[in-house]
Design a protein around this ligand. Structure first.
Ligand code: A3P
Length: 304
């Protein structure tokens, strides 16, 4: 702990940072008790990489036969994606409780912010599918900084962008270091592409149709020619768009069961907002770290 920078509420566990005691208990209970099933689909991200969007896309995709897009009763119209695809350590096991999965239908849609090495053995040993979404570190940082300010996260004693940025560069962000998190899943996706799909926020933004089809193929539920003709791909993308989700009553005025307001998960939803905040010095500093950490990995971030 660095006094004056980080309050005593942040924990370093297995090399990554956890912001609350209840989450730490959640991580421990998740690691100890969770039994993965081969049919499980687990979405993983670092915070602020577009988790909410990914949850919406995968939920709509996997349930497209059960919940068609006509009418007003699609679950995404009345529930926040985090309620439909719950976090394991941040909701189901939060506070160390052991959840009852009996109401979950197969495939179970679940999510986590844990690094690969910290996932329970039962996940690592199963045939479950892992979908990892990453976002360029500049936009991830800006989104994270806004998030810490909006929620007044008490584990960081400061709201100044410079200080939160320095912490980020030292690896101190929720479930960070950012680079270890991303690299871990990147390597796994190369080693085992049938089990781990690696997606990038910027690529989904640029060509959502291609990325959604990639997702469908990975999950072994590709779109049929009929579905493509009927515009199902487009309907999923429209349903999950920032514009649609952020304007829904549920996401404007309601809260998650954990008390967090749904609206905090929708801010701008763009690539390149970092340009409004980053100084040349900040760009140089972060680029230097990213270059060192990702050297030889074959992974390249896109910033615009
Ligand atoms: P910004 O703060 O840059 O706007 P997470 O879901 O992991 O908490 O990430 C939140 C980020 O994803 C926020 O980024 C948010 O605006 C953006 N986001 C949320 N829903 C989105 C959507 N449907 N499409 C694109 N971006 C979305």
């Amino acid at each position: 702990k660095e006094r004056g920078w980080i309050s005593s509420h942040i924990y370093n566990y297995q090399g990554f940072w956890i912001g609350r005691a209840t989450t730490l208990q959640g991580v421990l209970a998740f690691q100890q008790h969770f039994q993965a099933q081969d049919s499980d689909i687990i979405l993983v991200t670092t915070p602020k990489s577009g988790t909410t969007w990914l949850k919406a896309l995968v939920f709509a995709l996997v349930n497209r036969k059960e919940y068609p897009f006509s009418g007003q009763d699609h679950p995404l119209l009345v529930k926040n994606p985090h309620d439909l695809v719950p976090f394991l350590e941040l909701k189901l096991y939060l506070d160390g409780k052991v959840p009852d999965f009996s109401s979950f239908t197969s495939p179970r849609l679940l999510s986590s912010h844990l690094v690969y090495a910290s996932l329970p053995n039962s996940v690592q040993d199963s045939e479950s599918k892992l979908i990892y979404l990453c976002r360029n570190p500049r936009d991830t940082f800006i989104s994270f900084w806004h998030f810490t300010n909006t929620l007044r996260l008490h584990y960081i004693d400061t709201s100044s962008i410079e200080e939160v940025f320095d912490l980020f560069c030292k690896g101190v962000s929720l479930f960070g270091p950012f680079w270890d998190h991303v690299l871990d899943y990147w390597k796994k996706s190369l080693e085992n592409p049938k089990r781990v799909l690696f997606l990038m926020y910027e690529e989904i933004k640029e060509n959502p149709e291609i990325q959604l089809k990639r997702l469908a193929k990975f999950l072994e539920c590709p779109f049929s020619i009929d579905e493509e003709k009927c515009g199902v791909v487009d309907e999923i993308l429209k349903m999950c768009s920032f514009e649609n989700l952020s304007n829904l009553e549920v996401n404007k005025n309601e809260k998650l069961s954990t008390g967090v307001e749904n609206k905090v998960f929708f801010r701008r939803g763009e690539v390149g907002d970092w340009k409004n905040y980053f100084t040349t010095k900040m760009i140089e500093k972060l680029d230097h770290i990213i270059e060192q950490k990702f050297q030889g990995s074959g992974l390249r971030f896109r910033y615009i």
